[in-house]
Design a protein around this ligand. Structure first.
Ligand code: ATP
Ligand code: MG
Length: 338
């Protein structure tokens, strides 16, 4: 699979340069950035650009593996190390030797294990669980997190000495809202990609309203969220629905709604214009929220009904509402089986 970082923003150009530089050194890299900013992409690009690209790229998600298992995942175990260890198993560090070990979500690594990891990074050696022989490996350590590690250190959740060990080369990926000028090229890129990947021929119209909103929206899910919005438009989701969802998210997350989006449909235009200079501008906003909720509810209910073959009892269970509520909501939204 090809890994590319699309973007013309200066921050992205700098990251591309850093990747080139870092891949010659095999010095520890720490990649930081909010969820969906491309940390996995950067880690793969580092591997690809390095002389290690014919060797393994081993990813360990430190948040997804229960802490009791993480140690044996990382360092392996000898036969008989614990009940059930019927034969030896190499750890990820060993498998990544001469290649890359990508410690994803390092901010979630339990404190005790941070200590062991630090020791391993310092000595370059470790023993498998239940073993006595030291194993020497040469794995390039790339770590990533969406935590604010400086803050985690203040709170005593992350070891400072480990932080400095990992943070030799630092790659900080800014959130998408801070490089909004890249949204059009990223959008085009995903349209092209989804056309190929899924054989979709719809070309969503990203001009006008939607383009403006994309620039103002805060993208809490960053590039991943943009990609999913594009895909939804390509499979036929109504732009109006998407718009109201994005506006809803903005409101929920405490962002000020842009004036030009304070109404949802043209027939509300008049009331917005009339009130736009008075504090009552918030009234259309309320309407908007209700309307957006109705939109989303209707879609979700339809989805549940289709999934259950229009079995209302099943659908109500899926939606975690009572049969009566479902019945009422269906009537209200005018949902009928064809
Ligand atoms: N600049 C970019 N150009 C092209 N695709 C990108 C870019 N940034 C992210 N993506 C795509 O967005 C999605 C999310 O990226 P990725 O998985 O690397 O994010 P992440 O920072 O690791 O998120 P998380 O913290 O949730 O693990 C992926 O499908 C990735 O290919
Ligand atoms: Mg990731």
């Amino acid at each position: 699979m090809e890994h590319t970082l699309i973007g013309k923003d200066l921050s992205i150009q700098k990251i591309r340069e850093l990747i080139q530089m870092a891949s010659d050194t095999a010095l520890n890299v720490l990649i930081t950035g909010e969820t969906g900013t491309g940390k996995d992409v950067v880690a793969h690009m580092l591997h690809q650009a390095s002389g290690r690209n014919n060797n393994n790229f081993i990813k360990v998600n430190c948040a997804a593996i229960p802490s009791t298992l993480l140690e044996s995942e990382l360092f392996g175990y000898e036969k008989g190390a614990f009940t059930g260890a019927v034969q030896f198993k190499p750890g990820k560090f060993e498998l990544a030797s001469e290649g890359v070990i990508f410690l994803d979500e390092i901010g979630d690594m339990p404190f005790i294990l941070q200590t062991k990891l630090l020791e391993v990074l310092q000595s370059g050696e470790f023993a498998r669980l239940g073993g006595t022989r030291d194993i020497k490996v040469d794995s390039w350590v790339i770590a990533a997190t969406n935590h604010d590690l400086l803050n985690d250190m203040k709170l005593g959740l992350f070891r400072e000495d480990l932080f400095y060990r990992l943070n030799i080369i630092k790659i900080e990926i800014p959130p998408l809202r801070e490089r909004a000028n890249d949204i059009p090229i990223l959008s085009k890129y995903f349209i092209r990609k989804y056309r190929q990947d899924f054989n979709l021929d719809k070309h969503p119209d990203l001009n006008g309203d939607l383009e403006d909103l994309f620039k103002l929206y805060h993208w809490p899910g960053n590039v991943r969220e943009l990609a999913s919005v594009i895909l939804r438009l390509m499979v036929g989701d109504e732009p109006e629905l998407i718009k109201s969802e994005l506006l809803n998210n903005m409101e929920t997350d405490g962002y000020t709604l842009p004036m030009e989006f304070m109404q949802i449909s043209p027939d509300k235009q008049e009331s917005v214009d009339e009130r736009s200079s008075s504090p009552e501008t918030l009234i259309p906003l309320k309407d908007l929220k209700a309307e957006a909720t109705r939109f989303i509810e209707k879609k979700t209910i339809m989805h549940a009904l289709n999934m259950t073959g229009w079995n209302k009892t099943e659908a109500a269970r899926l939606l975690k509402i009572s049969y009566k509520t479902l019945f009422y909501k269906m009537a209200n939204a005018g949902i009928e089986k064809n």
